[in-house]
Write a protein that binds this ligand. Structure first.
Ligand SMILES: N[C@@H](CCC(=O)N[C@@H](CS)C(=O)NCC(=O)O)C(=O)O
Length: 280
């Protein structure tokens, strides 16, 4: 099978292009990213929220260039190059988007300079946030891809895939602060950041799949209150400046995600979804 993923347009567009340009100068802290990648967007949102000086380096992870794989043997973006701060040019790599976000929150912790922490300080609340970050990563996101990659040949129906996605979103919404708008209430946190890129990409399911994602746009029957709370969260999160500033032009996503919608992608996420395995 031809590896079509290497032919993605190589540059950011729209608001993300402006942000990338503002962060194109050489800087010891480097985020290696791909404009299309939701995992990258998590790290990028975190850098934006905390106004952390950095350099953004756009790469195509599907090309598996030697210098990139030497930094991250998994060959995935986001990859962060972290300076050692001993005056040398030595840098240490970090990868895994959720771990990068937590690292940035820990390493840039001076609230006067970097703004409020993105995880609570109370140990139980911190653990509860991590629990729901795990739920997003291991339940909601795999269900998103399963629905997006649905084709008529699949053993499951489109309705079953929609139902599965909604069944994982519901317990997450139940855990939200009742007033909101964010998971923890008025403060934006890593929990919101963890899901924001996929909330922003839900329109792709409406674009590509008959009947769309099926999450009620108004009302919601017996779950009316729950879906109203979801909508409040989704609007506040997808309209957040850090989320819109890291977003390229919508038509580029439509182009980039066609390979998922037709289930022809060779990406590791796409293969794992097709084979029913754990996401990379
Ligand atoms: N678990 C990783 C997943 C990252 C990931 O899958 N990134 C994709 C782009 S969206 C990638 O680099 N794919 C390269 C490939 O599939 O070969 C994370 O959270 O950072």
């Amino acid at each position: 099978m031809a590896n079509i993923d290497t032919s993605l347009p190589p540059e950011t567009t729209g608001a993300a292009a402006q942000l990338a340009t503002r962060h194109s100068d050489e800087h010891p802290l480097k985020l290696y990213g791909g404009w299309f990648c939701p995992f990258v967007q998590r790290s990028w949102i975190t850098l934006f929220e905390k106004n952390i000086p950095h350099q953004y380096v756009e790469i195509n992870p599907y090309k598996k260039e030697a210098a990139f794989v030497a930094m991250n043997p998994r060959g995935l973006v986001p990859t962060l190059a972290v300076p050692v701060n001993d005056g040398s040019k030595v840098r240490r790599p970090l990868f895994e988007s959720n771990i990068i976000c937590e690292y940035l929150d820990d390493a840039y912790s001076d609230e006067a300079t970097y703004g409020p922490h993105l995880l609570p300080s109370d140990p139980y609340e911190r653990a509860r946030c991590r629990l729901w970050i795990d739920h997003i990563s291991t339940r909601i996101i795999p269900a998103f891809y399963k629905l997006l990659q649905h084709t008529p040949e699949k053993k499951y129906s489109l309705d079953q895939a929609r139902e599965e996605l909604q069944s994982h979103i519901k317990p997450f919404v139940t855990e939200m602060d009742p007033e909101g708008p964010f998971f923890l209430g008025t403060s934006f946190s890593l929990v919101d950041i963890c899901l924001a890129p996929w909330a922003k990409r839900l329109f792709l399911i409406d674009y590509y799949k008959d009947g769309g994602h099926g999450i009620p746009q108004s009302g919601g029957g017996e779950d009316e209150n729950l879906w109203a709370r979801w909508r409040k969260w989704a609007i506040a999160t997808t309209d957040r400046e850090s989320v819109t500033a890291t977003w390229s032009s919508e038509e580029r996503y439509i182009l980039a995600y066609r390979r998922y919608a037709e289930d022809t992608t060779n990406s590791l996420v796409g293969q794992a979804t097709r084979e029913g395995g754990r996401l990379p």
